[in-house]
Design a protein. Structure first.
Lengths: 199, 262
């Protein structure tokens, strides 16, 4: 890398901080940006700034949004009494794309992971409990990954909601043990929602 | 540079201690294996490939692992994993999952990579099976701790006073000193009040729990007082030995606070 001029080195360094990007890939990306039209490079830089400035968390469901409230929470046709709990915005998109869910969401922004020190206080869990105690909620669907972290998070939420008059269900069929909702195809996801089981 | 480029392939059995997602679909995994102790490697495409990994890279699941390694390479390449046991009864129980998480964190913290310890491997295997197949009990955690300390060379001295060698039976009001890793009789305590008072009964139960055959371990039931004392003795000693509080214990306490509230 020492053969490159300082500004290029700096760009490579910045890019190699992305998840899964090593120095080799970072160098390739940097050289691509270098040879791209100035306009393209500017658009990229601007879109990074824009995302940082405009995107925030919806105060109701904690999904990413550029508005006061996210599109789903603002949509009057969505069933506000059914909440689908997901670990992150990626999973929300996976469930949403299956087209089989008409309720609203709650994004936890993580899953329990004791060995990494991630406990309930590191998640948007209290916010979910608050929401349930204030609003009228009929069903909570726990759509966390079928991994140890996803299962234990679902078990904890089920335990915390146990004495409430709410149907608690867990996505079921199709998503294999240890699988990731992100990589689950639409059909499987739709089935997993349809055949959710009580908890 | 001509020598040492060759990959060697290994086959072993191991438990997943931890993993992090890496890149688009890879995982960096730490296993505790039968033949090579702690092994850290990269499983390329682990989140996508059902063929090579079949969802084996899950916390505390046990699989047959094939990995390859170049000399002096830090991460091995995990080629293939075949699940032997997912421990389904642990995964579907919050308390058991939290317990198992604590056990694997202990194993992770008390070991270094590439050092084989068959007793430790057996210990983890026996206790995961125990947790999976029986009801939760706090005793199991304490007996795991004392056995882990024994197999890693940190066994505390419980049989006698660590200073004057007075057998525990003959001491009155013995104390446990986490800094020295042993019992001290009241005479040898001098005026240090940081020591933890312990009863002889508790110590005897821990000594039994350390040695008893695994299939008889359920016969050892500790009184409430002994459970509390054991938790304090072993907890303080482990904290002192590692120089920190384990993360899974902190999470466990958060969850306890939360579930008591509701
Ligand atoms: Zn929203
Ligand atoms: Zn003494």
């Amino acid at each position: 890398m020492t053969g490159y001029a300082a500004p290029i080195r700096r760009l490579i360094q910045e890019l190699s901080r992305f998840p899964g990007v090593g120095e080799k890939t970072a160098t390739r990306l940097a050289l691509h940006i270098l040879t791209a039209a100035e306009e393209d490079a500017r658009r990229l830089a601007e879109s990074i700034i824009e995302v940082k400035q405009k995107i925030r968390l919806c105060p109701i469901c904690f999904n990413l949004t550029d508005k006061e409230r996210c599109d789903i929470c603002r949509d009057a046709t969505r069933d506000k009494e059914a909440i689908c709990v997901v670990s992150d915005p990626d999973s929300l998109v996976a469930v949403e794309e299956s087209g089989s869910f008409q309720g609203t969401y709650h994004v936890l922004h993580g899953l329990l992971s004791p060995i990494d020190g991630i406990g309930p206080e590191s998640l948007r869990l209290q916010e979910l409990l608050d929401r349930i105690s204030h609003d009228s909620v009929r069903e909570v669907i726990l759509a966390t990954n079928p991994s140890v972290q996803g299962e234990s998070t679902a078990l904890l939420i089920a335990k915390l909601l146990h004495d409430k008059d709410i149907t608690i269900t867990r996505i079921a069929l199709g998503v294999p043990v240890g699988g990731d909702l992100k990589y689950t195809d639409k059909m499987t996801m739709a089935k997993a929602i349809e055949f959710r089981r009580g908890m | 540079m001509t020598k040492g480029h060759r990959r060697t392939t290994y086959k072993t059995t191991g438990f997943v201690l931890r993993f992090i997602d890496y890149g688009e679909s890879d995982r960096i995994v730490t296993f505790y294996t039968n033949d090579y102790g702690k092994v850290k490697g990269i499983a390329k495409g682990a989140r996508r490939s059902k063929k090579r990994f079949a969802n084996a890279i899950e916390l505390f699941s046990c699989s047959t692992i094939i990995f390859s390694k170049k000399p002096r390479q830090e991460l091995v390449l995990i080629e293939n994993c075949d699940v032997i046991n997912h421990y389904p009864d642990i995964r579907t129980d919050l308390e058991k999952t939290l317990t198992a998480s604590y056990l694997i964190e202990l194993i992770d913290q008390f070991t270094v990579e590439g050092k084989r310890n068959l007793q430790l491997f057996r210990l983890l295997k026996d206790f995961l099976e125990l947790i999976n197949n029986s009801d939760y009990s706090e005793e199991i955690i304490r007996f795991f701790e004392i056995r882990l300390l024994k197999h890693t060379g940190y066994e505390p001295v419980l049989e006698r006073c660590i200073v004057c060698n007075m057998p525990i039976d003959r001491t009155e009001n013995p104390f446990f000193n986490p800094k020295n890793g042993g019992i001290q009789c009241v005479k040898c305590r001098h005026n240090d009040f940081s020591f933890i008072p312990v009863s002889i009964g508790t110590v005897k139960m821990l000594l039994m729990g350390k040695e008893i055959e695994i299939d008889r371990i359920h016969r050892l039931i500790l009184s409430k007082k002994s459970l509390k004392e054991s938790r304090e003795i072993l907890g303080s000693f482990i904290r002192h030995t590692l120089g920190k509080e384990l993360k899974s214990l902190q999470v466990l306490n958060q969850i306890k606070r939360m579930t008591v509230q509701s």
